[in-house]
Design a protein around this ligand. Structure first.
Ligand code: HPA
Ligand code: ZN
Length: 367
Protein backbone atom coordinates (compact mmCIF):
# COMPACT_ATOMS: atom_id res chain seq x y z
CA UNK A 1 0.00 0.00 0.00
CA UNK A 2 1.29 3.42 -0.97
CA UNK A 3 1.44 6.03 1.80
CA UNK A 4 0.96 9.71 1.09
CA UNK A 5 3.62 12.08 2.51
CA UNK A 6 1.20 13.27 5.20
CA UNK A 7 0.19 9.72 6.17
CA UNK A 8 3.83 8.80 6.57
CA UNK A 9 4.44 11.74 8.91
CA UNK A 10 1.40 10.82 10.96
CA UNK A 11 2.75 7.29 11.31
CA UNK A 12 6.20 8.59 12.35
CA UNK A 13 4.66 10.90 14.96
CA UNK A 14 2.44 8.12 16.30
CA UNK A 15 5.45 5.81 16.51
CA UNK A 16 7.52 8.44 18.37
CA UNK A 17 4.63 9.04 20.80
CA UNK A 18 4.32 5.30 21.43
CA UNK A 19 8.08 5.04 22.10
CA UNK A 20 7.86 7.98 24.51
CA UNK A 21 4.84 6.51 26.29
CA UNK A 22 6.63 3.16 26.65
CA UNK A 23 9.72 4.93 28.01
CA UNK A 24 7.71 6.92 30.56
CA UNK A 25 5.78 3.79 31.59
CA UNK A 26 9.15 2.05 32.11
CA UNK A 27 10.44 5.07 34.07
CA UNK A 28 7.32 5.05 36.21
CA UNK A 29 7.59 1.32 36.89
CA UNK A 30 11.26 1.71 37.83
CA UNK A 31 10.55 4.70 40.10
CA UNK A 32 7.71 2.85 41.75
CA UNK A 33 9.90 -0.18 42.41
CA UNK A 34 12.59 2.11 43.83
CA UNK A 35 10.17 3.96 46.14
CA UNK A 36 8.62 0.71 47.38
CA UNK A 37 12.08 -0.82 48.03
CA UNK A 38 13.35 1.98 50.30
CA UNK A 39 12.51 1.59 54.02
CA UNK A 40 10.37 4.52 55.14
CA UNK A 41 8.73 5.88 58.28
CA UNK A 42 5.29 7.42 58.41
CA UNK A 43 4.79 10.14 61.03
CA UNK A 44 1.38 11.58 60.20
CA UNK A 45 -1.41 9.05 59.98
CA UNK A 46 -4.54 9.05 62.16
CA UNK A 47 -5.60 5.66 63.50
CA UNK A 48 -9.26 6.59 63.04
CA UNK A 49 -8.60 7.77 59.49
CA UNK A 50 -7.17 4.43 58.40
CA UNK A 51 -10.56 2.70 58.56
CA UNK A 52 -11.43 1.54 55.04
CA UNK A 53 -15.10 1.70 53.90
CA UNK A 54 -15.35 -2.10 53.61
CA UNK A 55 -13.98 -2.52 57.11
CA UNK A 56 -16.43 0.10 58.36
CA UNK A 57 -19.32 -1.97 57.02
CA UNK A 58 -17.92 -5.14 58.57
CA UNK A 59 -17.56 -3.55 62.02
CA UNK A 60 -21.02 -1.96 61.85
CA UNK A 61 -22.46 -5.41 61.19
CA UNK A 62 -20.39 -7.18 63.82
CA UNK A 63 -21.31 -4.60 66.46
CA UNK A 64 -24.98 -4.61 65.41
CA UNK A 65 -24.98 -0.90 64.75
CA UNK A 66 -27.65 0.62 62.55
CA UNK A 67 -25.70 0.97 59.30
CA UNK A 68 -26.07 4.46 57.96
CA UNK A 69 -24.51 3.28 54.70
CA UNK A 70 -25.39 0.10 52.86
CA UNK A 71 -22.38 -0.07 50.59
CA UNK A 72 -18.74 0.94 50.46
CA UNK A 73 -19.59 3.07 47.42
CA UNK A 74 -22.08 5.05 49.55
CA UNK A 75 -19.38 5.61 52.19
CA UNK A 76 -16.95 6.81 49.52
CA UNK A 77 -19.56 9.14 48.08
CA UNK A 78 -20.09 10.63 51.54
CA UNK A 79 -16.33 11.10 51.88
CA UNK A 80 -16.17 12.90 48.56
CA UNK A 81 -18.90 15.28 49.69
CA UNK A 82 -16.56 16.81 52.31
CA UNK A 83 -15.83 20.43 51.43
CA UNK A 84 -13.50 21.63 54.13
CA UNK A 85 -11.71 20.49 57.26
CA UNK A 86 -14.84 20.82 59.38
CA UNK A 87 -17.04 18.71 57.12
CA UNK A 88 -14.20 16.22 56.66
CA UNK A 89 -14.05 15.73 60.43
CA UNK A 90 -17.82 15.21 60.57
CA UNK A 91 -17.45 12.20 58.25
CA UNK A 92 -14.39 11.01 60.17
CA UNK A 93 -16.30 11.04 63.48
CA UNK A 94 -19.30 9.38 61.92
CA UNK A 95 -17.24 6.51 60.52
CA UNK A 96 -15.14 5.84 63.62
CA UNK A 97 -18.34 5.24 65.61
CA UNK A 98 -18.25 1.57 64.57
CA UNK A 99 -14.90 0.97 66.31
CA UNK A 100 -15.96 -0.21 69.76
CA UNK A 101 -14.10 -3.18 71.23
CA UNK A 102 -10.46 -3.82 72.00
CA UNK A 103 -10.44 -6.28 69.10
CA UNK A 104 -11.83 -3.60 66.75
CA UNK A 105 -9.06 -1.15 67.69
CA UNK A 106 -6.42 -3.82 67.22
CA UNK A 107 -7.83 -5.00 63.92
CA UNK A 108 -8.11 -1.52 62.35
CA UNK A 109 -4.53 -0.57 63.26
CA UNK A 110 -3.07 -3.91 62.15
CA UNK A 111 -4.90 -3.76 58.82
CA UNK A 112 -3.37 -0.38 58.05
CA UNK A 113 0.14 -1.31 59.17
CA UNK A 114 0.05 -4.45 57.03
CA UNK A 115 -1.03 -2.49 53.94
CA UNK A 116 1.62 0.18 54.58
CA UNK A 117 4.33 -2.45 54.97
CA UNK A 118 3.62 -3.62 51.43
CA UNK A 119 4.84 -0.16 50.30
CA UNK A 120 7.96 -0.20 52.46
CA UNK A 121 6.74 1.47 55.67
CA UNK A 122 8.74 -0.18 58.45
CA UNK A 123 8.11 2.32 61.24
CA UNK A 124 4.99 4.37 62.05
CA UNK A 125 4.14 7.02 64.60
CA UNK A 126 0.35 6.85 64.65
CA UNK A 127 -1.99 9.54 65.98
CA UNK A 128 -5.14 8.66 67.85
CA UNK A 129 -7.98 10.81 69.22
CA UNK A 130 -8.96 9.55 72.70
CA UNK A 131 -11.62 12.21 73.28
CA UNK A 132 -13.62 10.89 70.33
CA UNK A 133 -13.75 7.49 72.00
CA UNK A 134 -14.28 8.33 75.67
CA UNK A 135 -17.08 10.75 74.72
CA UNK A 136 -19.07 7.89 73.23
CA UNK A 137 -18.53 5.69 76.26
CA UNK A 138 -15.49 3.67 75.21
CA UNK A 139 -13.12 3.37 78.21
CA UNK A 140 -9.60 4.70 77.72
CA UNK A 141 -8.39 1.25 78.84
CA UNK A 142 -10.11 -0.33 75.83
CA UNK A 143 -8.51 2.15 73.43
CA UNK A 144 -5.02 1.55 74.81
CA UNK A 145 -5.44 -2.21 75.08
CA UNK A 146 -6.44 -2.40 71.42
CA UNK A 147 -3.68 -0.11 70.17
CA UNK A 148 -1.01 -1.86 72.24
CA UNK A 149 -2.24 -5.26 71.06
CA UNK A 150 -1.82 -3.97 67.48
CA UNK A 151 1.71 -2.85 68.35
CA UNK A 152 2.62 -6.36 69.52
CA UNK A 153 0.88 -8.02 66.56
CA UNK A 154 2.61 -5.81 63.99
CA UNK A 155 5.99 -6.52 65.57
CA UNK A 156 5.48 -10.26 65.96
CA UNK A 157 3.46 -11.08 62.86
CA UNK A 158 5.11 -8.95 60.18
CA UNK A 159 8.06 -7.12 61.70
CA UNK A 160 6.73 -3.54 61.69
CA UNK A 161 7.17 -1.09 64.55
CA UNK A 162 4.41 1.30 65.56
CA UNK A 163 4.44 3.92 68.33
CA UNK A 164 1.61 6.26 69.30
CA UNK A 165 0.98 9.99 69.63
CA UNK A 166 -2.09 11.09 71.57
CA UNK A 167 -3.94 13.99 69.95
CA UNK A 168 -6.18 16.51 71.63
CA UNK A 169 -8.95 17.97 69.51
CA UNK A 170 -8.61 21.70 68.88
CA UNK A 171 -12.36 22.19 68.81
CA UNK A 172 -12.83 20.68 72.28
CA UNK A 173 -12.15 22.31 75.63
CA UNK A 174 -8.88 22.71 77.47
CA UNK A 175 -10.50 21.02 80.49
CA UNK A 176 -11.33 17.97 78.40
CA UNK A 177 -7.75 17.81 77.07
CA UNK A 178 -6.32 18.11 80.60
CA UNK A 179 -8.68 15.42 81.88
CA UNK A 180 -7.54 13.02 79.16
CA UNK A 181 -3.91 13.88 79.83
CA UNK A 182 -4.31 12.99 83.51
CA UNK A 183 -6.50 9.92 82.89
CA UNK A 184 -3.97 8.51 80.42
CA UNK A 185 -1.11 8.62 82.96
CA UNK A 186 -0.96 4.82 83.36
CA UNK A 187 -0.03 4.63 79.67
CA UNK A 188 2.29 7.62 79.33
CA UNK A 189 5.32 5.39 79.08
CA UNK A 190 3.65 3.61 76.17
CA UNK A 191 3.17 6.74 74.05
CA UNK A 192 5.74 9.10 72.55
CA UNK A 193 3.99 12.40 72.89
CA UNK A 194 1.00 14.58 72.20
CA UNK A 195 -0.43 16.36 69.17
CA UNK A 196 -3.34 18.59 68.17
CA UNK A 197 -5.83 17.95 65.38
CA UNK A 198 -9.45 18.54 64.27
CA UNK A 199 -10.78 21.85 62.92
CA UNK A 200 -8.39 24.73 63.42
CA UNK A 201 -9.75 27.36 65.80
CA UNK A 202 -8.43 30.87 65.97
CA UNK A 203 -5.44 31.19 68.33
CA UNK A 204 -5.45 27.50 69.14
CA UNK A 205 -1.75 27.47 70.18
CA UNK A 206 -2.47 29.94 72.97
CA UNK A 207 -5.52 27.92 74.02
CA UNK A 208 -3.46 24.75 74.48
CA UNK A 209 -0.21 26.25 75.80
CA UNK A 210 -0.95 25.11 79.38
CA UNK A 211 -1.90 21.59 78.28
CA UNK A 212 1.32 21.25 76.30
CA UNK A 213 3.44 22.63 79.15
CA UNK A 214 1.89 20.02 81.41
CA UNK A 215 2.46 17.25 78.82
CA UNK A 216 6.10 18.25 78.40
CA UNK A 217 6.57 18.29 82.19
CA UNK A 218 5.30 14.70 82.19
CA UNK A 219 8.03 13.69 79.73
CA UNK A 220 5.90 13.71 76.58
CA UNK A 221 7.06 15.15 73.28
CA UNK A 222 5.03 17.66 71.28
CA UNK A 223 3.81 18.14 67.74
CA UNK A 224 0.80 19.96 66.30
CA UNK A 225 -1.23 20.18 63.13
CA UNK A 226 -1.14 23.44 61.22
CA UNK A 227 -3.52 22.55 58.42
CA UNK A 228 -3.14 23.88 54.90
CA UNK A 229 -4.37 27.36 53.98
CA UNK A 230 -6.37 27.91 57.17
CA UNK A 231 -7.21 31.41 58.45
CA UNK A 232 -4.37 32.97 60.49
CA UNK A 233 -2.09 30.15 59.47
CA UNK A 234 1.19 32.04 59.87
CA UNK A 235 0.31 33.20 63.39
CA UNK A 236 -0.65 29.61 64.21
CA UNK A 237 2.69 28.29 62.93
CA UNK A 238 4.54 30.81 65.10
CA UNK A 239 2.33 29.98 68.06
CA UNK A 240 3.07 26.26 67.69
CA UNK A 241 6.80 26.98 67.67
CA UNK A 242 6.94 29.58 70.41
CA UNK A 243 4.02 28.78 72.72
CA UNK A 244 3.53 25.05 72.30
CA UNK A 245 7.25 24.44 71.69
CA UNK A 246 6.57 21.69 69.18
CA UNK A 247 9.34 19.64 67.58
CA UNK A 248 7.33 19.03 64.41
CA UNK A 249 4.49 20.65 62.50
CA UNK A 250 1.91 18.39 60.89
CA UNK A 251 1.21 19.60 57.32
CA UNK A 252 3.12 22.90 57.64
CA UNK A 253 2.95 23.76 53.94
CA UNK A 254 2.29 27.43 54.70
CA UNK A 255 5.75 27.72 56.24
CA UNK A 256 6.71 28.53 52.66
CA UNK A 257 4.68 31.75 52.81
CA UNK A 258 6.96 33.42 55.36
CA UNK A 259 10.75 33.67 54.89
CA UNK A 260 11.22 34.24 58.64
CA UNK A 261 9.27 31.07 59.36
CA UNK A 262 11.36 29.13 56.84
CA UNK A 263 14.49 30.36 58.61
CA UNK A 264 13.12 29.51 62.08
CA UNK A 265 11.98 26.03 61.07
CA UNK A 266 15.39 25.39 59.56
CA UNK A 267 17.40 26.80 62.46
CA UNK A 268 15.37 24.87 65.05
CA UNK A 269 15.37 21.59 63.11
CA UNK A 270 11.56 21.38 63.02
CA UNK A 271 10.21 18.42 61.04
CA UNK A 272 7.33 18.91 58.58
CA UNK A 273 4.91 16.05 57.99
CA UNK A 274 3.34 17.02 54.67
CA UNK A 275 0.38 15.05 53.32
CA UNK A 276 0.04 15.37 49.52
CA UNK A 277 -3.21 13.49 49.74
CA UNK A 278 -5.92 15.31 47.85
CA UNK A 279 -6.00 14.20 44.25
CA UNK A 280 -6.60 16.43 41.26
CA UNK A 281 -9.89 14.78 40.39
CA UNK A 282 -11.33 15.77 43.75
CA UNK A 283 -10.15 19.32 43.99
CA UNK A 284 -8.51 20.76 40.89
CA UNK A 285 -4.93 21.82 41.42
CA UNK A 286 -4.68 20.69 45.03
CA UNK A 287 -2.26 17.83 44.52
CA UNK A 288 -0.16 19.99 42.27
CA UNK A 289 -0.02 22.66 44.95
CA UNK A 290 1.03 20.19 47.64
CA UNK A 291 3.49 18.37 45.36
CA UNK A 292 5.15 21.67 44.44
CA UNK A 293 5.44 22.51 48.13
CA UNK A 294 7.25 19.20 48.78
CA UNK A 295 9.68 19.96 45.95
CA UNK A 296 10.31 23.49 47.22
CA UNK A 297 10.89 22.24 50.77
CA UNK A 298 13.42 19.73 49.44
CA UNK A 299 15.19 22.51 47.55
CA UNK A 300 15.28 24.58 50.75
CA UNK A 301 16.65 21.57 52.65
CA UNK A 302 13.79 21.61 55.14
CA UNK A 303 13.07 18.39 57.02
CA UNK A 304 10.05 17.46 54.89
CA UNK A 305 8.40 14.03 54.83
CA UNK A 306 5.48 12.51 52.90
CA UNK A 307 2.55 11.05 54.83
CA UNK A 308 -0.91 9.62 54.20
CA UNK A 309 -2.96 11.38 56.94
CA UNK A 310 -6.29 9.52 56.57
CA UNK A 311 -5.91 6.86 53.88
CA UNK A 312 -9.28 5.23 54.68
CA UNK A 313 -11.01 8.48 53.75
CA UNK A 314 -8.66 9.41 50.94
CA UNK A 315 -8.96 6.62 48.39
CA UNK A 316 -6.69 4.26 50.29
CA UNK A 317 -3.59 6.10 49.11
CA UNK A 318 -0.51 5.21 51.17
CA UNK A 319 2.93 6.78 51.42
CA UNK A 320 4.36 4.93 48.40
CA UNK A 321 1.38 5.94 46.25
CA UNK A 322 1.76 9.56 47.37
CA UNK A 323 5.52 9.69 46.72
CA UNK A 324 4.83 8.33 43.25
CA UNK A 325 2.05 10.90 42.82
CA UNK A 326 4.44 13.71 43.76
CA UNK A 327 7.05 12.29 41.37
CA UNK A 328 4.49 12.24 38.53
CA UNK A 329 3.49 15.81 39.27
CA UNK A 330 6.78 17.60 39.85
CA UNK A 331 9.46 14.97 39.14
CA UNK A 332 11.58 13.72 42.03
CA UNK A 333 15.19 12.67 41.54
CA UNK A 334 16.40 9.44 43.11
CA UNK A 335 18.39 11.52 45.57
CA UNK A 336 15.24 13.43 46.57
CA UNK A 337 13.32 10.19 47.11
CA UNK A 338 16.14 8.97 49.36
CA UNK A 339 16.17 12.30 51.23
CA UNK A 340 12.42 11.98 51.91
CA UNK A 341 12.99 8.52 53.37
CA UNK A 342 16.00 9.70 55.40
CA UNK A 343 14.07 12.71 56.70
CA UNK A 344 11.29 10.41 57.90
CA UNK A 345 13.78 8.72 60.23
CA UNK A 346 15.71 11.89 61.04
CA UNK A 347 12.64 13.57 62.53
CA UNK A 348 11.12 10.40 64.01
CA UNK A 349 11.01 10.24 67.80
CA UNK A 350 13.33 7.26 67.91
CA UNK A 351 16.22 6.45 70.26
CA UNK A 352 19.45 7.47 68.49
CA UNK A 353 20.74 3.90 68.15
CA UNK A 354 17.52 2.81 66.41
CA UNK A 355 17.58 5.86 64.16
CA UNK A 356 21.10 4.93 63.04
CA UNK A 357 19.99 1.41 62.16
CA UNK A 358 17.06 2.67 60.06
CA UNK A 359 19.22 5.27 58.28
CA UNK A 360 21.80 2.62 57.46
CA UNK A 361 19.01 0.46 56.00
CA UNK A 362 17.88 3.36 53.78
CA UNK A 363 21.45 3.87 52.51
CA UNK A 364 21.84 0.14 51.87
CA UNK A 365 18.56 -0.07 49.94
CA UNK A 366 19.45 3.00 47.87
CA UNK A 367 22.85 1.70 46.75
N1 HPA B 1 -6.15 17.85 60.20
C1 HPA B 1 -6.92 18.04 61.27
N2 HPA B 1 -7.58 17.06 61.86
C2 HPA B 1 -7.47 15.83 61.36
C3 HPA B 1 -6.70 15.58 60.26
C4 HPA B 1 -5.98 16.62 59.67
O1 HPA B 1 -5.19 16.43 58.73
N3 HPA B 1 -6.83 14.25 59.99
C5 HPA B 1 -7.65 13.73 60.92
N4 HPA B 1 -8.03 14.69 61.76
ZN1 ZN C 1 -3.65 14.92 60.03
Amino acid sequence: MKRTGLGLWAAVIAFAAAVQAAASAADEAATKAFIWSIPKAELHVHFEGTLEPEHYLELAKRNSLPGRYATAAAVRQRQRDGRDLKSFIEVYEELLSVIRTEADFREVAVAHLRRAKAQGIVYTEMFFDPQMHTERGIPLATVFAGLLAAQAAARNEFGVRVEYIMCFNRDRSVESALAILEASKPWHRRILGVGLDNPEEKDFPRKFAGVFARARSLGLRATSHCDVNQPNTLAHHWGCLDELKVERIDHGINVLDDPALIAAVKARGIGLTVCPTLMEADIPGRLEFRAKAVKRMLELRLLVTINSDDPGLMRGLLVGDLMLGVHRTVGLTKAEIVTLAENSFRIAWLPEADRAVYLAAVREAAR
